[in-house]
Design a binder for this molecule. Structure first.
Ligand code: 4AD
Ligand code: MG
Length: 459
């Protein structure tokens, strides 16, 4: 069906005025009066709807077009908006009903709650909020690819099925082709009989493979789905989420912090420039001052604080935290919130965490207690980036693997990188959905993705 994208008409008004076009879309609002009927249709290419004006003396049968989400094809002439000359509308010559939408269509009014909309994920994408969310998600992904492509990074696709747990947190979903049965006496025997002849799982991170590629290509990034069987049913945790993981050879912690900062600023600027309508919607309905916040991310320095100092700040805050603060404790949401929302009011890198809190691969600092790792925390969301310099010393890495009781044979390739031309290298992981929460002010990760996967939730 030959037709014009609504975004082209709205963006290039002067080219279209007076021209006849065909557009297709779904009815988003409708009004039927005695002589004229109005449809506002949306084809998903842009947030604003296109108004269709129907002269009922020429097209009398309008009642069937009125129900919300009816799909139509309209041919007519583009004219300046009668009420608002900044916009374009179509004086219809013909309107074809493509698919009727009976009154059972569940979104009959504006302002349904996000909770309700989560029960109809296949239809919520036709609402303004999700129209904005998914275009912004697409633009954000575009920005990320552009950022790296402009800087000579290689885009790498790492495997989704793996045999090792990168983060060592035991949050792996099992991958199997056979059901457990009494035929197997032990788990080891069962795993051996399974598809890969060993236990396999869905990747929690592409980092280990990313390091392999960085040690050949210098600068690489992954951008793909990762999976965590985390038992935390929070607004910020998903069982399936997308991670962007750059890995850079010849880079130490300060270098990668600089790269992370530059990348965040780049993608925020890109979204500010390319998604003005979408950001205006999120600012209106979800977060006051959103655009000003994002502009200040672009314009101002990110804060940086040592973990040890952050603990002191929290202790001196005078706050009664639910989880007590002591050196060595993991930062809980309430602690992160204090740092981002009260203390710094902007993104902050917390640097040099206690060794015991972090993964085996992180570079051990000279103090023997901490590792060269940092999390980037942002107001309202908390951690959006996990980042570190990697341990490049063979012996130290070996010791870290051994002391954690990890299976050495899973990490032989990884250790080899430290045997053959080892280099200082660093990387980070940005959670795409967490970034979307920050960019939109949407408070629940389930509203940043089509079909959210979370504990007990698989629609
Ligand atoms: O801090 P994480 O666990 O770091 C890694 O996976 C490293 N291998 C990254 C690297 O250095 N290459 O996860 C990185 C980011 C987090 O900061 C967060 O934004 C996101 O991934 N993330 C989640 N997002 C949604 N739901 C979850 N359950 C998430 N777990 C992590
Ligand atoms: Mg982390």
């Amino acid at each position: 069906m030959k037709h014009t994208d609504i975004i082209d008409i709205l963006k290039n008004k002067s080219d279209y005025i007076g021209r006849e076009v065909t557009v297709c879309g779904w009815v988003r609002t409708s009004r039927d009066s005695k002589n004229i009927a109005f449809l506002e249709i949306n084809d998903g290419t842009t947030l604003p709807h296109l108004q269709i004006v129907i002269d009922k003396s020429a097209i009398p049968d309008t009642a069937q077009l009125m129900p919300l989400s009816t799909s139509v094809a309209v041919t007519g002439t583009c004219v300046l908006g009668v009420k608002n000359a900044d916009t374009v509308e179509i004086n219809a010559k013909s309107v074809t009903l493509i698919g009727a939408s009976p009154l059972e269509y569940p979104i009959q009014k504006k302002g349904h709650s996000l909770e309700f909309l989560r029960t109809i994920p296949h239809l919520r994408v036709r609402t303004n909020t999700f129209n904005a969310m998914f275009r912004l998600r697409s633009k954000l992904s575009e920005a990320i690819h552009r950022y790296f492509a402009e800087r000579n990074y290689i885009y790498v696709n790492t495997p989704i099925i793996t045999g090792s747990d990168c983060e060592g947190a035991g949050e792996i979903f099992k991958v199997t082709s056979i059901g457990f049965s009494q035929d197997y006496k032990t788990e080891a025997e069962y795993n051996e009989a399974d598809f890969f002849g060993q236990a396999a799982g869905l990747t929690v991170s592409g980092q280990l493979e990313g390091e392999v590629m960085a040690c050949a290509f210098g600068k690489i990034y992954t951008f793909g789905p990762t999976f965590r069987a985390e038992n935390s049913n929070t607004a910020r945790h998903a069982a399936e989420f997308w991670q962007i993981e750059p890995e850079v050879a010849f880079a130490e912690l300060d270098d990668i912090i600089e790269i992370a900062t530059e990348m965040i600023k780049y993608i925020v600027r890109f979204v500010l420039e390319t998604c003005p309508d979408e950001l205006a919607l999120f600012e209106r309905f979800y977060e006051k001052g959103l655009r000003e916040k994002l502009q200040s991310v672009v314009d101002s320095e990110f804060a940086r604080v040592d973990y040890t100092e952050a603990i002191e700040i929290l202790k001196k805050s005078g706050r009664e935290f639910q989880y007590p603060v002591e050196w060595g404790c993991d930062l809980q949401t309430e602690h992160e919130r204090y740092l981002t929302d009260v203390m710094y009011e902007r993104p902050v890198f917390v640097v040099n965490y206690p060794k015991a809190l972090k993964s085996f691969y992180m570079k051990q600092n000279a103090d023997g207690k901490t590792v060269a790792a940092t999390d980037l925390l942002v107001p309202g969301v908390g951690e959006i980036i996990g980042c570190s310099e990697r341990e490049a010393d063979y012996e130290k890495l070996l010791a870290a693997i051994e002391s954690r009781g990890m299976k050495m044979s899973d990490y032989e390739n990884y250790l080899d990188l430290r045997r053959f031309g080892s280099v200082p290298h660093s990387g980070f992981g940005l959670g795409l959905e967490r970034m979307l929460m920050y960019l939109t002010g949407i408070g629940n990760i389930r509203d940043t993705t089509i079909y959210p996967r979370a504990k007990g939730d698989l629609k």
